[in-house]
Design a protein around this ligand. Structure first.
Ligand SMILES: Cc1ncc(COP(=O)(O)O)c(C=O)c1O
Length: 423
């Protein structure tokens, strides 16, 4: 759905060149059809399990236009902050389909989760468990919790998106299990329904998943020995997409592996995909400002930057970059860089593109996940605009910010005229 037709790049039936006549670059464009297709594919896999729930990881892209689409498709949400929780509920995702992950939930956030009686709070530490139990006691109804365990499994992905190793901050180590059991068994305010595991993102092989899920099943059996019945397993997200090479397995392979690993365990499974749902459905469209040639390099300086898409700078991620209008001229090698005053402001290294000139448009592919959500205002740059496309229709879902927008909630300080701290 994002392809060149007769030399021009199309997203669904909209020519990107034409979109750029109506929307200021840089902008993100998302294919509604691709998001729906990915969501439906995941739902189909999940439907092979009795009573499964697909909870989209809101962190991948929290735009209300995307969340409401996924609500329509019947997905739930995996949230990691109070505002993500509110965003999901506002988009029409029912609280009974929302799980709350994250290592640092505040009192306000836990109270919000209890207030909405969401499906599950994934507990990340003993200290957090104590806070949840105190707040649930005050609320007067038990908190439904799952314990996120750290399986110490290497997901074989980039170190900055690995979450399931001992040295990572995520999950509770097995050595804390006796203390968790003691606390849960002595509190009427905690309903321990599940275990959760998420070992990382952009995972391309099944083996790490299999190791993590086998580990989880061992814990399920150990807990059964203590009379604790685990009837929810939250298996996390993490399936990679084809920035270049995609996963070595299909969704069906993933589902089959889970069935084998879980055996005859009769409970409910929860999935938390993010990137898989929205990653390939988004592109970042940017315009060439200047071409600069040095002894060593040829740079295409574009008007998008690390402030719009930080993945290459942060994770050494490599995105395909394509011309919006393809030509038959012999390609040349470019470093595609942004205007930000950082050497790391690189969107693509040694990218083969047809000879570029100022004013040409290029598109950075597979930018729908962890793209716009990670934008920053560094160098006082506005967040990029965002556009949703369905067939030959498009809608601007985020307007480019103005100078005034960037200064909203900021002011000069008037010094001693302001109130004094009391006491
Ligand atoms: C707890 C949890 N669940 C789900 C996800 C989604 O991962 P992905 O976008 O790779 O599917 C993440 C992201 O790292 C996560 O931390």
């Amino acid at each position: 759905m994002i392809t060149h037709q007769h030399h021009d790049l199309f997203i669904e039936s909209c020519a990107v060149r034409q979109l750029a006549e109506h929307v200021p670059t840089p902008f993100y464009a998302y294919s509604q059809g691709m998001i729906r297709t990915q969501a439906a594919a995941y739902q189909t896999m999940a439907a092979t399990f009795p009573d499964a729930m697909v909870c989209y990881a809101v962190k991948a892209n929290n735009h209300p236009a995307i969340l409401s689409l996924l609500a329509e498709e019947g997905l739930g949400a995996d949230v990691v902050s109070g505002y993500e929780l509110r965003q999901a509920i506002n988009a029409g995702i029912p609280p009974q389909k929302i799980v709350f992950s994250g290592v640092g939930k505040t009192v306000e956030e836990i109270n919000l989760a209890l207030h909405h009686r969401i499906a599950q709070i994934n507990v990340e530490s003993l200290a957090e468990l104590d806070v949840i139990q105190t707040l649930a006691a005050a609320f007067g109804h038990p908190a439904r919790i799952a314990l996120r365990i750290n399986p110490n499994v290497d997901a074989k992905t980039h170190a900055k998106i690995t979450t399931g190793k001992e040295e990572n901050k995520f999950g509770v180590p097995l050595s804390d299990l006796p203390a968790v059991i003691h606390r849960v068994q002595s509190s009427p305010h905690l309903h321990w329904q599940g275990l959760a595991v998420h070992i990382g993102s952009q995972i391309l092989t099944l083996a790490p998943y299999q190791a993590a899920y086998a580990f989880v099943m061992q814990v399920v059996r150990d807990l059964a020995g203590h009379g604790i019945v685990i009837d929810h397993l939250d298996l996390g997200g993490g399936i990679g997409i084809a920035y270049h090479q995609g996963p070595e397995f299909t969704l069906a392979d993933y589902g089959a592996m889970i069935k084998t690993t879980l055996g005859d365990w009769p409970g409910k499974v929860i999935f938390e995909p993010g990137r898989f749902i929205v990653g390939a459905a988004g592109i970042l469209v940017t315009e060439v400002l200047y071409i600069k040639e040095t002894q060593k390099k040829r740079f295409a300086i574009v008007n998008a930057a690390m402030t719009d898409l930080i993945r290459p700078a942060l994770y050494d991620a490599v995105h395909r970059i394509v011309p919006v209008h393809q030509s038959d001229a012999t390609p040349q090698s470019y470093d595609v860089v942004g205007p930000v005053c950082e050497t790391g402001d690189i969107l693509g290294r040694d990218v083969l593109l047809p000879p570029l000139h100022a004013g040409d448009l290029v598109a950075i592919l597979d930018a729908g996940a962890y793209g716009a959500v990670l934008a920053s205002h560094y160098n006082m740059r506005s967040f990029p605009a965002e556009v949703m496309v369905a067939g030959d229709h498009y809608g601007i879902i985020t307007h480019r910010q103005t100078f005034e927008d960037l200064n909203t909630h900021r002011s000069v300080w008037t010094g001693p005229a302001t109130p004094k701290l009391q006491g």
